[in-house]
Design a binder for this molecule. Sequence first.
Ligand code: APR
Length: 245
Amino acid sequence: MNDPHDERIILASRAIAKSQNPCCFSGAGLSAPSGVGTFRDPGDGWWSRHDPMKLASPDGFAEDPELVMKWYAARRIQMAHAQPNAGHLALACRPDIIQITQNTDDLLKRAGCDRLIQLHGDITSDRCHGNCGHVEHVDMSNPSLNRYCPACSVWGMRPTVTWFGESLPTAAWALAEEATLNCDLMLVVGTSAVVYPAAALIELASRAGATIVIINSESTAATPLADHELIGSAEEILPMLLGSG
Ligand code: APR
């Protein structure tokens, strides 16, 4: 869908223009055009080639911390070469839109979005696995691997991201829930909508009466909640919807 005169684009744009309190809930598909891997795309999604429990869980880290940190190093180097795409930039042109993202990359931040809630954390830093509170920024183009915490000497610094089996950051979840309940329109961009509790925000917004506008390269678990569903690439559709295309 790349025709700005497509009836579906026009209707969704009108709904967005009427919205007084929009928010955006995004996933890996927003960053995919920047060359950042998604998780569940058949063939090249990370989880179509690796077991998430071995790479993105506390048990996986305990079992093989070297494998986990090497995987994060590969993703960090991939992200270091990535630039915000037209989808990120279109969202950044709308500071009224609160950004609730599952993405741990810094592309929305680098695009200029500062009303940003990262539900699954931030891959650009590591924290002490011993929970002493030490956090350090990571050089994404030359990421460190396994090492002792410089503050408490416990073995194991790990990415400041939420792994499977871990709770979401309390403050981020509270802000995301509040933004969801207060919004009158939710853009749902580039997410398979299968990971909870994050995906529950779509249903929460819909039940609270918000208009749901889905932008995704295929239909997803959230499709039944859509008032508007635009199938295509977020980097093409968002600029048309938000008036920067
Ligand atoms: N434009 C729009 N949508 C796209 C694009 C694109 N250019 N490319 C891919 N997509 C869609 C895919 O079709 C898919 O539906 O984006 C979605 C990405 O889904 P996932 O790979 O499951 O990623 P996401 O929904 O963000 O995963 C949620 O799962 O593994 C955990 O913590 C991880 O935050 C992640 C969470």
